[in-house]
Design a protein around this ligand. Structure first.
Ligand SMILES: [Cu+2]
Length: 178
């Protein structure tokens, strides 16, 4: 790859002035292959820099996401810890049964038992007064537990099970993110 003969400097230019000038310019001009090699090297170094920065970013992400243990049962949601720092938060929800339950997180400035209701008595998930930020989707069967990943901004939240009648029966609890 390295073409030594093309970049070898000549010790002396020809004796006559004009020709010598041209020869000197020609000598200093690097062959295209060398220029390309230098560009390729610069790009490689830049790429390594980007890769290192990406690696640093990866490493700076906390390796332990805080985990909040939740117990759901007929009919309550128990959270031994009710605050967390904004960012990634895992909720490990255990269902003590006997019914299946779901796990929803609403952002709301209302009291946990004052969320807007639909005609069916469930929390109105489309109300302007609440923003649903997490929904477990599937129900969690009794005696099962599952960890859900969330990313929460600072604010006040209500943890809810919104299966028919479960919210009004008491399945709501406040959660605050600082
Ligand atoms: Cu429930």
């Amino acid at each position: 790859m390295w073409q030594g003969r093309e970049v070898r400097a000549q010790p002396d230019g020809p004796p006559d002035g004009a020709g010598g000038g041209e020869a000197a310019l020609g000598r200093r001009k690097l062959p295209a292959t060398t220029v390309l090699a230098v560009i390729a090297l610069a790009v490689s170094v830049a790429a390594i820099g980007v890769a290192l920065r990406a690696e640093t970013r990866k490493l700076s992400v906390p390796t332990t996401v805080p985990n909040v243990g939740i117990v759901e049962k007929d009919f309550a949601i128990q959270a031994p810890v009710t605050t967390a720092t904004a960012g990634l938060i895992d909720f490990t929800v255990a269902n003590a049964g006997p019914s299946a339950h779901e796990f929803l997180i609403f952002r709301a400035s209302l009291a946990p038992d004052k969320l807007p209701l639909g005609l069916d008595g469930r929390v109105d998930e489309n109300s302007d007064q609440v923003t649903k930020v997490f929904d477990s989707g599937d129900n969690l069967d009794a005696a099962n537990s599952k960890t859900f990943h969330s990313a929460l901004l600072p604010g006040t939240y209500v943890l809810v099970c919104n299966l028919p009648t479960h919210y009004l029966a008491g399945m709501h609890t406040a959660f605050t993110v600082h």
